[in-house]
Ligand binder design. Structure first.
Ligand code: TXA
Ligand code: MG
Length: 305
């Protein structure tokens, strides 16, 4: 199904056997819990212990690109939360997805609809190409408006809210809405630690993620050490170069460096460059302002070995 962030692979979150299919189809490890999507706060209240902070953020940011980790009730099966007592919840804003949620009487568990480790899809065609043979239907609502995954905030402890994944809703916006400092725990979470605390904090947030088949290299300070004769590597810039030569293999994510446009085009472009057969992609980072931080996070993960 579509969402404003990326396409997701949805199943009834209250049915353990169908939710298990999500892991099988994606090749996703069972320790990586799923996000549950709801139509309304009322529906959420049936399955999750709400608190003041959740209510506050819900009134400001939902429906929208914010996922909240909260304490779950019994009704959410263990497979969905990887055995954790917490569950990640979101009320999405995309109209087609909202209509779908309204038409069923259960929440939909949905991770991004990509094979585990690959770039998330921002178009229905990409889901068709990668998972199409394994799923009964795709709800195509056109390209996703935002293009990168939701921000995740951990609100299990209201006294110490923290960001687990950067995304379209910013740390500063969350701090302002809650009236307290929201910590950035995204850097604390290291690669596949089996340690239990680590798993409690943000299971499955593997450092190396969102990778295309091509090797991704970061372009620091615009330095390009690509050989001009190298036909197998692509250069991916933030904005259209001022002197766009006829140089083969140069691509850009926006005309003018607009960050939301870069976010919208990033995953799409990485997949396009894969389809074109490039073996390596040199990607320019953008400024850390606004959604730029989440963009740089995704680029960094794509480049991680
Ligand atoms: O924008 C999005 O969030 C998209 C759309 C489809 O909603 N979904 C998405 O799901 O990005 P996914 O599976 O790719 O990311 C889910 C991540 C997990 O990898 C984990 O890091 C975090 O959410 N998560 C889920 N449940 C959690 C929990 N109980 N505690 C901590 N983190 C959790
Ligand atoms: Mg994902």
């Amino acid at each position: 199904m579509p969402s404003e962030t990326v396409y997701g692979l949805a199943a009834n979150a209250l049915d353990a056997s169908i939710a298990r299919r999500i892991f099988e189809i994606k090749g996703r490890p069972l320790i990586d819990p799923l996000i549950c999507h709801f139509y309304s706060l009322d529906a959420i209240g049936q399955h999750v212990h709400l608190n003041d902070s959740i209510n506050k953020l819900a009134s400001v940011f939902w429906p929208g690109a914010l996922t909240i980790v909260a304490k779950k009730k019994e009704s959410i099966p263990d497979i969905v939360t990887a055995g954790l007592p917490s569950v990640a919840i979101r009320m999405p804003g995309n109209e087609a997805f909202r209509n779908l949620l309204k038409s069923v009487d259960f929440p939909l568990a949905a991770p991004s609809a990509n094979p585990f480790g690959y770039v998330s899809p921002s178009r229905a065609e990409q889901v068709e190409q990668t998972l199409g043979e394994q799923i009964p239907a795709i709800l195509d609502a056109g390209p996703c408006e935002i293009g990168i995954e939701s921000t995740i905030i951990d609100l299990r402890d209201e006294q110490s809210p923290s960001i687990l994944r950067h995304g379209p809703i910013l740390q500063e916006q969350l701090s302002l809405a809650l009236g307290r400092v929201v910590h950035d725990r995204t850097k604390e979470i290291k690669q596949d630690k089996k340690d239990e605390n680590e798993q409690q904090l943000a299971p499955g947030r593997l450092h190396c993620h969102y990778s295309p088949n091509a090797s991704v290299y970061l372009l620091e300070n615009g330095v390009i050490n690509r050989s001009v004769t190298d036909k197998k590597s692509a250069l991916l810039l933030n904005k259209k170069p001022s002197t766009p030569g006829s140089e083969d293999g140069t691509y850009w994510l926006s005309e003018d460096g607009d960050l939301p446009t870069i976010a919208r085009n990033l995953f799409d472009m990485l997949q396009k460059l894969d389809r074109l057969g490039y073996r390596s992609i040199y990607v320019e980072r953008c400024s850390n302002d606004g959604i730029g931080r989440a963009i740089n996070d995704r680029i960094g993960r794509a480049a991680a070995k």
